[in-house]
Design a binder for this molecule. Sequence first.
Ligand code: NAD
Length: 480
Amino acid sequence: MQKILNYIHGHLTEPNSRNYLDDINPAEGKVYCQLPDSDRKDVNQAAHAARLAFPEWSAMPVKKRSDILLKIADLIDRDLEKLALAESIDNGKPLKLATELDIPRASANIRFFATAILHFSSEAHLSDNEAVNYTIRSPLGVVGCISPWNLPLYLFTWKIAPALASGNTVVAKPSELTPMTAFLFSELCMEAGLPAGVLNVVHGLGDKVGQAINEHTEITAISFTGGTATGRKIAATAAPMFKKLSLELGGKNANIIFADCDVEQAINTSIKSSFSNQGEICLCGSRILVERNFYNTFVEAFVAKTKRLRINDPLQADTDLGALVSEAHMNKVLSYIELAKLEGGTVLTGGKRVVVEGRCSEGYFVEPTVIVGLDQNCRTNQEEIFGPVVTIMPFDTEQEALELANATAYGLSATVWTENLKRAHNISHQLKSGIVWVNCWLYRDLRTPFGGMKQSGVGREGGLEALRFFTEAKNVCIRL
Ligand code: NAD
């Protein structure tokens, strides 16, 4: 059986414990490879390697650093098919999605930051002709990057690319549920000539490897994407150590639909924002709010389209929804559907596990599910489900839509559908979420700030925000 290895000091290495964990193919419900069950010792070695590599990497001319990163991006593009297949097998997502979204976005992330760093400038201020101030931005040193399973290589690169581009060295931990593409990425780094120790990838469990990263005294900053409960744990350890923290956490995003919207676009895109990647995207609009005079029309059309989605083997070209990432996650999603019924909800379509014939008969597939009749305050409408489950609720006024949208502990993203420009601006400004899409969803420009308010996170990623996070500003004031 294939074994994934850690990547420490430029070498693929076994964990010190020599223990391995099973990696399951969720579409088949079967173990297909093994990953290191690493521990504190491996993290210490990785941090040591990163510390040794830091002086040379941070002092390297920016153009040279950029060229190495661009080479890695080219190798990702070369291996698109291989990486997309690996991502689909590891995560359960449709191969088509991995080919069109995950892997191209991984190389785009690297290319973006490899070139952004060439243009990263610092400010200078002339103060009343008496002094000149200029700001130096230096890399932090060794940083930790911890990523989740839903968009494995995409989110892994979204963190390590700005960290490396700005001159830091990295100890990274991909999710133990989807380690494969980070492993293949390690091989590409070796091929591209990334100096030893600049990037170190330690595989294993969150409470062992992740926690050792949180606690390591030489790791000066942590960039984390994952669940809110985990973010809280990381902050509890790292904040008293005064580590810099970027936390990209969960969401319970509203998709607000006014009767004056472009109906076809609103419905077609809402199908995507509800069920893409089996609903396992932090930006999915899991609470659909519809203006009451359009509610019945919307619900009828939306349910009809949902019923036409194909849940099948992720490797089939026409599959819309693949498998959920794990049996535990599938059971969590199914338990929320049962909870929704207990809370008085009506399941209009979906609601059950699906048995896909053939090699996927043991896989973790769940029907795309639409639930109505629930109150905003119930748990189904307050807690993140992170699966192919949406609720639909009516509203009467713009103010009510806003109140419903803002009435959760989360504040990651929101979507608004209206042809009324004034309303679009008004509601966008009042939504308590870090990202608002008007008449679109998941339209991403990598220069824009990305992140959430309230329990959806702390700090912003993307563009200059990420380069600022991974650097320390120092002001020098010179009296003229
Ligand atoms: P998770 O929090 O369980 O795990 C994320 C990562 O943290 C994994 O690598 C895990 O091993 C690690 N981890 C677990 N415990 C840790 C600890 N104590 N210290 C350090 N690391 C630890 O999240 P998940 O289930 O992998 O991902 C799903 C969650 O991620 C959802 O809540 C989703 O909304 C969120 N997410 C957010 C964004 C965003 O940009 N805001 C993007 C994608 C996913």
